[in-house]
Design a protein. Structure first.
Length: 276
């Protein structure tokens, strides 16, 4: 019978909460010392990595070993790649304008406000979004077609995200592209290939937890929440608000899908072309 050890999973839920909280609190301490809150973006991937590792250790003897190893490895690989990418991208840069704008609105002590809204808020999100990783690790179900389908979806998402990040980094590295809009490669098909890939990753991990009807419904909040964060939360919405003033961005949005990869549309007549 494909079942989940709900009692030990409950213990893991508490351990995961403590783990994500510890990673974000440690990051908060470093950020305050350096006066740079943008490093919390690096901690996002590291917190998921830590939760997946703790879950893999605690679930030994309680879940199918193949599923445990697969979901832990997939989460760790995704989390570490993301953390390394963000660390490289932000090296030598000052504060992220998003955090400056947020803290400028702090109703009181800026540091305590950052702790509540940014660090503890992200710790809670890591715990909630990691539910499929935790549930899958305590399932006795051996790997099946649905699990391998989830792995394929995860791999497609990771590849889409990594390729998109690489293309953008290479574009920005060329001084000739300063001030220009990246509209080549995957960025010609979607304005946010990295966010789209992220979404696929978590839908893939969700499928790895779909071993019975209870976890299927219990952890659905994870990929739904991640997708909402990427599309209408702190991801796509805030980035596009920041990019709106850039020359050529209006034309780029007119011909390029906002999230799902789609063939580029013809630029409507009268819309200024992006800088070439």
């Amino acid at each position: 019978m494909n079942s989940i050890d709900w009692g030990t999973l409950g213990v893991n839920l508490a351990a995961a909460a403590a783990t994500s909280g510890a990673v974000l609190l440690a990051t908060f301490a470093v950020a305050v010392r350096r006066g740079l809150h943008r490093i919390v973006d690096i901690a996002w991937g590291l917190a998921f990595t830590a939760v997946a590792t703790v879950t893999w250790l605690l679930s030994a003897g309680h879940g199918d070993d193949g599923r445990r190893l697969l979901v832990a490895a997939a989460t760790v690989l995704w989390g570490l790649r993301l953390a390394v990418h963000i660390a490289r991208r932000s090296r030598g840069q000052g504060e992220d304008p998003r955090y400056t704008a947020l803290l400028d609105k702090a109703p009181g002590n800026r540091t305590l406000y950052a702790l509540r809204t940014v660090y503890l808020g992200q710790a809670a999100l890591v715990w909630l979004i990691s539910l499929p990783v935790q549930a899958a690790s305590y399932s006795s179900a051996p790997l099946d077609a649905l699990a391998y389908g989830g792995l394929a979806l995860w791999a497609a998402g990771l590849a889409f995200e990594a390729v998109g990040d690489h293309q953008l980094a290479r574009f920005k590295k060329d001084p000739a592209n300063r001030g220009r809009i990246m509209d080549k490669g995957l960025w010609a098909w979607t304005r946010h290939p990295n966010y789209f890939g992220d979404s696929l990753v978590w839908w893939g991990l969700y499928l790895l937890a779909c071993t019975a009807w209870q976890p299927t419904f219990a952890v659905l909040v994870s990929p739904v929440l991640m997708t909402l964060l990427l599309t209408v939360g702190s991801g796509k919405r805030l980035l596009e608000k920041h990019m709106a003033h850039r020359p050529g961005y209006a034309a780029y949005t007119a011909r390029t899908s906002g999230f799902l990869p789609l063939p580029p549309r013809k630029t409507p007549r009268g819309t200024p072309e992006s800088t070439k």
